[in-house]
Design a protein around this ligand. Structure first.
Ligand code: ZN
Length: 163
């Protein structure tokens, strides 16, 4: 088990395009395990390799239904729309209101190069879109309709409990 250092907004690695994974070996498996450990340690529901400084097309996601790993993922179908709040381990101080597809189908590979196809909706669809954006250097705040600082949210919660 290894926790890797997170990269934060402002770090140029988060703005680069990640490369396709060509070699499926023990090193890849280790990297995926480290990504999962780092995600869980930081209470995230997803993580993309650039968020730990590695420009490879790998994401891990767990919205509480068990871990999903996707190597070289692609979204092949999307439908409907959802608008909701979103956060990111690389932008810990803000939340954004982001429009996403409600339903997506993604394809990719696991660490053993088995092909995976996932059709997801709601939060899982949102997480898949968010993590795949990272592989192209896109952050959720780039297409957020509204940005909310976590300080504001904390302040609101405080004032409510004081009332
Ligand atoms: Zn993120």
């Amino acid at each position: 088990m290894a926790i890797r250092n997170l990269r934060f907004d402002g770090d140029e690695v988060l703005r680069k395009k990640s490369k396709i994974v060509e070699v499926f070996d023990e090193k890849l498996a280790q990297l995926i395990d480290d990504m999962k450990d780092t995600m869980y340690k930081n209470n995230g529901v997803g993580m993309a390799a650039p968020q730990i400084g590695i420009l490879k097309r790998i994401v891990v996601i767990d919205i509480g239904e068990g871990p999903i790993e996707l190597v070289n993922p692609e979204i092949i179908e999307k439908s409907k729309r959802q608008v909701g709040k979103e956060g990111c381990l690389s932008c810990p101080d803000i939340l954004g209101v982001v429009k996403r597809p409600y339903k997506v189908t993604a394809v990719g590979y696991d660490r053993n190069k088995n092909k995976i196809e996932i059709t997801a909706q709601g939060l899982l669809a949102r997480a898949i879109c968010h993590e795949l954006d990272h592989l192209d250097g896109i952050l959720f705040k780039d297409h957020a309709k509204e940005i909310i600082s976590r300080e504001d949210i904390q302040a609101k919660i405080k004032s409510k409990t004081q009332e």
